[in-house]
Write a protein that binds this ligand. Structure first.
Ligand SMILES: Nc1ncnc2c1ncn2[C@@H]1O[C@H](COP(=O)(O)OP(=O)(O)OP(=O)(O)O)[C@@H](O)[C@H]1O
Length: 654
């Protein structure tokens, strides 16, 4: 029996509500999106998906679903198995999801789990709802911009890569791919901003793989010399899980091309990663902390880097990461801008981060696809006014109503974001006690627990993931139907990335935020974001927004917040000066407007005396950074940012 179809938890019987069950407004009148699409996802041909996303009509989506099931989820198997967090009720270590709550949530794990590699014929399922991206505004700035393409065939990619694109069933490029790939293949530096779930990974992977293959045919393969690895390309991302995911995606794209791709991230045995490097590496996918460790141990040299990509680039250049990225890119042995090709990608790109990024780039092009929010109309956003003390009950009501009313479906996953690591553990514990199969992920868990939690979530063994911001960016988890912001993040960019875990690849999703009075400073930008993505804004929120105009609403570490009509990817060069040689053309000019930014200061004091798991709470004053876990067999120990990001943090934090 399906969990969302109600009543399948035995544990739930003991906690029947004694009052009328609250049904959130967006769950009433059969208005819930239909998330019963798992089987059609897995079928991969889209033909059976009609019953799935076709029923999203109540939210205005008239698009039909296409099958999708391309998996990218290898999160397994490495790291140490000790540490705190996550063990409740004396449960054994979770290594086999099927042993855990096998019948309580009603998921059929086998059907929900995703494929992790090519099948025998090398095929994987793919598919994207391209209608969702029609009419999306595009803005490009820079000199001599290569024109966009309409098909992958128009791009000069290697034969092997082209075959793999077909195997992945990427029938046509997404807008970011249409524009970014020709630019990157032409060898240009690029700063690209596009909505969450819109295919940015392929947009930087394809040109890199193609470039590696091209270079390789021209030069001798020199991926490895003795003990030192000399990758040709470096892809960096902020979290271990995201690095893992990019590694898996890149491997699919490079299937049978002999391009060697290695992942290096903390929390996993460094010796194993060294062994992988010794076999040769063309493309290194790494988190910054582990990479610096490897370079300082003399096992990786960046002297032959020709391609550098930063995924979640604004996060990578934000506080906590920026010194380390600067060290890797500018102060170690990497060729300078101009001698290498640099590509920065994210769904958000505040102006001050753009300015920082300019140090890493040479004669670059800025590409902005869609509005800053990235919260397309595909993601139905709901904001509920809930006092902090009522949040748990409210969440329970929400989950119950999902189960009772269903999403018309059975297998949608729910991702619940909280602010602190302690809060994540506490909520997981509480949900389990209430009979809901939840599992937490945060930066205090050791890697094996983090990977196990993600596996349980992805497989449906624990269809509720309680997460800190460690899971907010980049993760492409199929079947996430609902994102709940139990605690709202402190900045709107964080919100954009969090809700972007659903509604991916042109599919619909639901995002519910619990708004309490301490979130008032966020009201204005939240309203603007919702209005831009044609969401229904509750009147009380509009009122708070009006009141909050008097608040200081700018992140202390960011030069620009979300502003109405603004592009996250608006080229700051055009905002500050009109340099000769740069031009700015708009593909859908009517939609491109910059009507100003919000510049007041915003300083929301901590409301919990707890250990936060969001990087933007790392004290800005820390000057002694540490990253090294040198000497340790397992990386990560002292090297991990406690916020879960793989980064340096000021000494003393944690
Ligand atoms: N051209 C395409 N055709 C079909 N599916 C695609 C295509 N491009 C990407 N996808 C799929 O879309 C999904 C989202 O892609 P991806 O994870 O790269 O998004 P993203 O823009 O990097 O998101 P985020 O901003 O959250 O990191 C993935 O499952 C991917 O396989």
């Amino acid at each position: 029996m399906a969990w969302f179809n109600g009543g399948s938890f035995s544990a739930e019987k003991s906690v029947r509500p004694t009052r009328l069950c609250y049904v959130p407004t967006h769950c009433r009148n059969n208005g819930m999106p239909d998330f019963n699409t798992v089987n059609s996802f897995m079928s991969g041909n889209g033909s059976s998906a009609q019953s799935g996303f076709a029923s999203f009509n109540s939210y205005g989506s008239r698009r039909q679903a296409r099958g999708r099931g391309a998996s990218n989820g290898r999160f397994g198997g490495r790291g140490r198995g000790r540490g705190r967090g996550g063990r409740r009720f004396g449960r054994p270590e979770e290594t086999d999801e099927q042993n855990h709550y096998p019948n309580r949530n009603g998921f059929r794990i086998d059907t929900l789990d995703t494929k992790e590699s090519f099948g025998e014929d090398g095929d994987v399922c793919g598919g994207i709802n391209f209608d969702a991206y029609e009419d999306i505004p595009v803005e490009v700035s820079g000199s001599d911009v290569p024109p966009p393409v309409n098909t992958f065939a128009e791009i000069e990619l290697s034969e092997g890569l082209y075959k793999n694109i077909k195997r992945c069933k990427y029938v046509k490029p997404t807008p970011i791919q249409r524009h970014a790939i020709p630019i990157a293949v032409a060898g240009r530096d690029l700063m690209a901003c596009a909505q969450t779930g819109s295919g940015k990974t392929a947009a930087f992977c394809f040109p890199i793989i193609s470039g590696v293959l091209r270079d390789r045919s021209r030069f001798l393969p020199t991926a490895r010399e003795g003990w030192i690895a000399y990758p040709t390309a470096l892809i960096m991302s902020p979290t271990r899980e995201l690095s893992c995911q990019i590694h898996d995606e890149a491997k699919k794209f490079a299937y049978k091309t002999r391009v060697k791709i290695v992942a290096a991230y903390g929390g996993a045995p460094i010796a194993l990663q060294f062994r992988n490097l010794e076999k040769g590496v063309d493309i290194l996918v790494a988190t910054p902390g582990r990479l610096v460790d490897m370079i300082e141990r003399g096992r990786v040299s960046l002297t032959r880097i020709k391609f550098l990509a930063l995924d979640e680039a604004d996060r990578m250049l934000d506080i906590g990461f920026e010194p380390q990225i600067r060290k890797i890119v500018l102060q170690m042995d990497m060729p300078p801008p101009g001698a290498r090709q640099t590509m920065l990608f994210s769904a958000t790109f505040p102006e001050d981060i753009q300015k920082l990024a300019a140090d890493f780039l040479s004669n670059y092009i800025v590409l902005a696809i869609g509005r800053i929010g990235s919260s397309t109309e595909l993601i139905v956003q709901k904001v509920e006014l809930v006092q902090d003390m009522d949040k748990r009950d409210h969440l329970l009501d929400l989950l119950r109503s999902q189960r009772v009313n269903g999403f018309n479906g059975k297998k949608a996953l729910t991702l619940v974001f909280v602010e602190t690591k302690r809060g994540a553990d506490a909520l997981e514990y509480w949900l389990l006690r209430k009979g809901f199969p939840a599992i937490a992920i945060h930066g205090d868990k050791v890697q094996v627990e983090r990977e196990s939690a993600l596996r349980s979530f992805k497989s449906g063994a624990r269809p509720i993931l309680v997460a800190t911001d460690v899971a907010s960016r980049g993760l492409d988890i199929p079947h996430v139907g609902h994102v709940v912001n139990f605690d709202l993040p402190r900045d709107i960019d964080g919100y954009v990335h969090r809700i972007g875990r659903t509604g991916r690849a042109g599919k619909s999703g639901l995002a519910t935020a619990f708004f309490s009075e301490k979130n008032i400073p966020l009201a204005k930008v939240l309203v603007e974001l919702m209005q831009e993505s044609n969401q229904e804004v509750p009147s009380w929120l509009t009122q708070y927004a009006a009141e909050s105009s008097s608040y200081d609403i700018r992140s202390s570490k960011r030069g620009q917040w979300y502003g109405k009509g603004n592009y996250g990817g608006q080229d700051f060069r055009n905002m500050t000066q009109h340099e000769e040689g740069y031009h700015n053309h708009s593909v859908d000019a009517g939609s491109v407007e910059n009507s100003g930014t919000i510049t007041a200061d915003y300083d929301m004091s901590d409301s919990y005396n707890d250990s936060y798991d969001i990087a933007n709470t790392v004290p800005a004053t820390g000057s002694n950074y540490h990253y090294s876990d040198a000497g340790a067999y397992y990386g990560g120990g002292g090297a991990d940012a406690p916020n879960g990001y793989e980064s340096v943090v000021p000494t003393g934090w944690d």
